[in-house]
Design a protein around this ligand. Structure first.
Ligand code: 5GP
Length: 189
């Protein structure tokens, strides 16, 4: 598992009045995505896995990851209402976009942008089991390992990062910042 590349803090962006500094550049991200893609291609040789992207944050990662996979594979998306941790514990989750594909007997790879407490992923995994798939693995670009409260299965982790708010490469701050090709971290200095 790769540790984040330490980058001098000269590059910053301002989103909605908050300053964020560069944390993972495009080269580092793309190199790691290529590694995960190669690993998935090797593991699923002879099978046709289906990538399930959890919207919205995973859209950029899943697009690059799919291009880094060189075996036949499929894609679908799932969108849940977002109430932070409450969306899991309160039972007030609802689906904003259902998965269209029939997942029974399929090899599923859930693709997430970030695992923080792990509660969202725990919920996602529980719901995925209801489809009776052949297998489920999880790919997350980022893992805030110090913040994770539940023991969730993470098969492919791009980078383990500190417990600080990040944006870019699909991740937002108030819906903005998703378009940044790099990952930035809240500049609390
Ligand atoms: P968890 O349920 O693991 O605590 O939270 C996972 C979700 O919280 C992610 O899918 C993401 O939507 C959001 N999240 C957690 N940490 C961050 C962060 O640092 N930046 C952004 N933009 N979203 C985050």
């Amino acid at each position: 598992m790769s540790e984040p590349t330490v980058i001098p803090a000269e590059k910053t962006v301002e989103i909605r009045g908050e300053r964020f500094r560069l944390f993972l550049d495009e080269t580092a991200i793309q190199a790691r995505v290529a590694e995960i893609g190669a690993e998935i291609s090797h593991t699923y040789e002879g099978q046709v896995p289906i990538l399930i992207g959890v919207l919205n944050g995973s859209f950029m990662f899943i697009a690059d990851l799919m291009r880094a996979i060189d075996i036949p594979c499929e894609i679908d998306f799932w969108k849940l209402s977002s109430y932070g941790a409450e969306k899991v514990s309160s039972g007030r989750v609802h689906e904003l976009k259902k998965i269209d594909a029939d997942l029974e007997g399929r090899h599923i790879i859930i693709v997430e942008d970030i695992v923080d407490t792990g509660l969202s992923m725990q919920y996602i995994l529980d719901r995925m089991q209801e489809h009776n798939p052949a297998s489920i693995r999880v790919a997350t670009l980022l893992h805030k390992h110090e913040a994770t409260r539940v023991d969730v299965q993470l098969d492919y982790v791009g980078f383990r990062i500190p417990h600080l708010f990040v944006i870019g490469y699909g991740l937002d701050y108030g819906q903005q910042g998703r378009n940044l090709p790099e990952i930035y971290i809240l500049d609390d200095a």
